[in-house]
Design a protein around this ligand. Structure first.
Ligand code: ADP
Ligand code: MG
Length: 441
């Protein structure tokens, strides 16, 4: 009985064959990558044989051993060799890797070569500088000397620096630029990565915060100083003067009331700001808001001898909102119209429904119209700023804090609503609020 001969499946032959082929290709690649070294060793061996009397057999063995080591040793040697390819090729590869990374970043990023030419830039950088072009020198986009000095010194410095500078054109802004040379060891002529940040908005917010605190303290300090003055007078020179006491006490009450009003307004502003990102969810009928505002403001209208006319929507006007906040909006606007309007004049609340049009939602508008002295156009854009007043003395005298319209604006922002101000000097002002209607209740 014959023994069964081990059989080799055709698939296995193909696999062995392809492995062999791969191996040969790999050896050929290693030899080709190191061909100049092989030639150099051959030349050395021939020279040693001819000039120094090295036996040819030993020289041949040495040469073959070298070739074998090149062929059999792992190729990372040759890969490392590739990594040190002449500068331009490495730089181009590096630039394209950087470009992919830069495109993923939200901040403006520009990659420069060592002499400051733009190799690539991402979309935020392109939208920041219209004149930024690949191949141009960076100075065609950013001319500030501090920045250009940092770019010029980057290849020698070998580490990142951040410079801040101000630009006036095309718009005034403050920028921070981090200029980082991309070095690998001591390789000369490395690229430079520039990361930019616009500081304008952050600095503006910091300035606003500082101004706000300064304004609020100043507003509180004035009535407080006056109160202390009266208290000291009553404790000292006017101690026994009942007439002075009678005169001073109502003023002191008014100063204390002014401080209370200011603190209430500040608290109300901070409450609205805190909830700014939480849209209100309740359903409110604006007719109810109008009714409540009329009830609270009628006495003030009478006091100022102004006729208050409050209209109504013909149907319930439902919006998503916080009822107390919406009442406060109407109150602040009507209080202003009553305070700054014309004695013997009128203040009208005119409601209007604006039906939906195409994709635009339907809206409810309430206009607060007075026939007072009006407001000069240059003040209109700033009226909703905190503490901004056209006439500080007149506002204070009328119990104003300068925060009424700032509160209105914040409440409307939270309600995704709008405030529009129109005014004709000597004819009167119209403050209109707009809120989106809720269609299906
Ligand atoms: N209806 C109006 N007519 C004229 N000026 C107005 C009117 N409403 C507001 N203003 C001006 O806008 C300024 C800011 O208003 P507001 O923020 O409510 O602060 P204030 O506490 O001074 O009333 C007021 O000081 C006033 O100069
Ligand atoms: Mg006001």
């Amino acid at each position: 009985m014959g023994q069964s001969v081990p059989t080799i499946a055709p698939g296995q032959v193909a696999r062995v064959w392809s492995a062999l082929l791969r191996g040969l290709k790999e050896i050929a690649a290693r030899l080709s990558a190191s061909r100049w070294l092989v030639v150099a060793v051959a030349v050395i061996m021939v020279t040693l044989t001819a000039a120094a009397g090295l036996p040819p057999a030993i020289a041949l063995m040495g040469f073959l051993a070298f070739v074998a080591s090149v062929a059999l040793l792992h190729r990372y040697e040759s890969e490392a060799f590739e990594g040190r390819l002449p500068y331009p090729a490495a730089s181009a590869r590096e630039a394209s890797a950087m470009q992919v990374m830069a495109e993923a970043l939200p901040d403006p990023v520009i990659l420069l070569n060592a002499s400051g030419q733009v190799l690539s830039c991402n979309a935020p950088a392109r939208s920041l500088f219209a004149s930024l072009r690949e191949g141009n020198h960076i100075s065609s986009a950013i001319r500030t000397p501090e920045f250009l000095d940092a770019v010029g010194a980057a290849p020698q410095r070998g580490r990142a620096v951040t410079v801040t500078y101000a630009e006036r054109v095309p718009v005034g802004r403050r920028m921070a630029a981090t200029v980082a040379p991309i070095t690998r060891g001591l390789e000369p002529g490395s690229n430079i990565l520039v990361l930019l940040r616009d500081l304008t908005e952050g600095e503006r917010i910091n300035q606003m915060r500082a101004d706000f605190i300064a304004n609020a303290s100043h507003e509180l300090r004035t009535p407080l100083a006056s109160l202390r003055g009266f208290i000291e007078t009553l404790q000292g020179t006017a101690k026994e003067d009942s007439g002075a006491r009678e005169r001073f006490l109502p003023i002191m009450v008014e100063q204390a009331a002014r401080m209370t009003r200011l603190i209430d307004a500040l608290l109300s502003l901070s409450r609205v700001e805190m909830n700014a990102h939480v849209p209100p969810s309740d359903l409110v009928d604006l007719n109810e808001v109008l009714r409540q505002a009329r009830e609270t403001l009628e006495p003030l209208a009478l006091e100022n001898d102004i006729q208050l006319e409050v209209g109504r929507f013909p149907q319930p006007a439902i919006v998503r909102g916080d009822r107390d906040e919406l009442v406060q909006v109407i109150q602040n606007l009507v209080q202003n119209a009553l305070k700054y309007g014309m004695k013997g004049g009128f203040v009208r609340l005119v409601p209007k429904h604006i039906p939906s049009l195409g994709r635009q939602e339907g809206r409810y508008a309430i206009a607060v119209v007075d026939n007072g002295p009006g407001i000069a156009p240059e003040h209109l854009p700033r009226l909703t700023e905190r503490f901004y007043r056209v006439d500080v003395a007149s506002s204070r005298e009328k119990g104003g804090t300068g925060l009424g319209l700032a509160i209105v604006k914040h409440i409307l922002n939270r309600h995704r609503g709008e405030l529009m101000i129109a005014s004709n000097p000597n004819k009167g002002s119209t403050f209109t609020i707009m809120l989106n209607e809720v269609r299906s209740v």
